[in-house]
Design a protein around this ligand. Structure first.
Ligand SMILES: [Zn+2]
Length: 453
């Protein structure tokens, strides 16, 4: 089967291309990229459109496993379905220390049943910490437990995990010995450690140093997770300067960020432990509940106290980041676009269904960022960072994962009240050269496979 994408503006930062070219995909791979190709079984007209590598979302929380041992695959409400509809063809899941099951098993399931998008996995530190017997996130792990989890993490990395993630915020019992001990599993692999830092706002700088110092000691590449929600309260300039200083000193440091000025987490999480109102300089009404009897409403102190004990799993959205700070992050050359997508039965933060089109609509169209730079942050840079062979590129031989979008119309439409609404202007998404989604509708939800690194 030969598919030709004809007449579009092809942008591929992996090859530094920005020209009107035809792309021929054959047997799932890019076979030719030339000014005028003729021979094909199927011809897709992309005139007036941008054609680029399928988007790579390098910070995602994976869908859960169903009772019959499959990846949750609701075509409306699954995270991976939302990803595909907005043009993401590859995700890196297992972030913030969390895995929903053994990450290598997850990869096997994606290969066995197919998935809406290709899936790479990080080994989640907290997942392996609990398995090693250190179930209390607030208490330290013993030396033997650190050894057990490090060995298990090393096995997961050997079997294809793309890196290691931490959620120190959720496991504050982690100390320096455990951090360096477990991170040593990455030494020599070239794979990064990603981290949801221990603390945010005014306390973010010490938390950043804790993570980056450990990574520097081991010469491990380090990715700082969702920095908008870590330093978007007035700390961003100093925060970025600090990451720059580590990079100038010879370290590989990248950050990721989503283009929204509200974060999302469970009501019961440590984020809302005493002191959060002072930390974010806000009141209870900054907090929106996404589920339960107060769905769609802002909190009062009484509702907060009642629901936090009655329904700690309730998804929340906290409207506290400053938009200018998020913009500062996203326009920095070492910051990748990533959704931090997480949904609970289709409820949650609209970033899961809107992040990628939103960068094109809210940053590129008003001229805050060039189209080329945006696409680089969404494709080539994250694919290279995680060594995802064949992804984030349209070079000959790359996988036939392609997005065709309308640069004038592309826009996110997911909102806090309708968080899974598909975007506009993402006209066609191919995975392995086959039609996976068209105009916000899924055509084939089983083309995704595991990406082992
Ligand atoms: Zn996180």
């Amino acid at each position: 089967m030969k598919t030709l994408i004809h007449g579009g503006r092809v942008i591929d930062p992996s090859a530094r291309i920005d020209s009107y070219l035809d792309i021929l995909i054959e047997n799932g791979k890019v076979a030719a990229v030339e000014p005028e190709l003729l021979d094909a079984d199927e011809r897709i007209d992309a005139s007036g459109k941008v054609v680029c590598p399928g988007f790579v979302d390098c910070h995602v929380h994976e869908d859960p496993i169903t009772d019959d041992g499959r990846i949750y695959a609701d075509p409306e409400r699954a995270v991976l379905a939302c990803m595909l509809r907005m043009g993401v063809t590859t995700v890196v899941a297992g972030n913030c220390g969390a895995n929903v099951c053994d990450p290598v098993d997850y990869l096997d399931m994606a290969d066995r049943d197919g998935a809406f998008a290709n899936v790479a996995m990080l080994a989640g530190h907290e997942y392996f910490r609990v398995l090693a017997g250190a179930a209390d996130g607030y208490g330290p792990a013993t030396a033997a437990q650190v050894e057990t989890m490090t060995a298990a993490i090393r096995r997961a990395l050997d079997r294809g995990c793309a890196g290691l993630s931490y959620g120190i915020r959720y496991t504050p019992g982690v100390n320096g010995r455990e951090l360096v001990g477990t991170m040593s599993a990455l030494v020599g692999t070239g794979k990064p450690a990603a981290c949801h830092l221990r603390d945010d706002a005014a306390a973010v700088f010490g938390a950043l140093a804790e993570f980056l110092d450990a990574a520097r000691e081991l010469a491990v590449p380090a990715q700082v997770s969702h920095i908008g929600s870590m330093a978007g309260f007035g700390q961003m300039e100093q925060f970025l300067a600090m990451t720059d200083a580590y990079r100038v000193g010879g370290m590989d440091v990248m950050c990721d960020c989503y283009p929204y000025s509200a974060f999302s987490t469970g009501l019961g999480s440590a984020t809302y432990d005493d002191g959060w109102l002072d930390r974010y300089d806000c009141d209870y009404d900054a907090l929106e509940l996404c589920e339960g009897p107060y769905k769609g409403q802002r909190c009062t102190e009484a509702i907060f106290r009642d629901q936090r004990s009655a329904f700690p799993a309730c998804r929340t959205v906290c409207h506290v980041m400053r938009p200018g700070e998020v913009e500062k992050a996203l326009t920095h050359p070492a910051v990748l676009l990533a959704s931090d997508a997480t949904l609970h039965l289709g409820q949650g933060h609209p970033r899961a269904a809107g992040t990628f089109p939103r960068l094109l609509a809210a940053y590129v169209r008003p001229g805050k960022m060039s189209l080329y730079d945006a696409i680089e942050k969404m494709t080539t840079l994250p694919a290279r960072w995680f060594h995802l062979t064949g992804k984030g590129s349209l070079r000959v031989g790359a996988d036939g994962d392609v997005v065709v979008f309308d640069p004038a119309r592309v826009a996110d439409r997911a909102t806090f009240s309708d968080p899974i609404r598909p975007p506009a202007g993402i006209d066609l998404v191919l995975i392995g050269g086959q039609r996976a989604a068209e105009k916000g509708r899924i055509i084939n939800g089983t083309l995704g496979r595991a990406v082992r690194v």
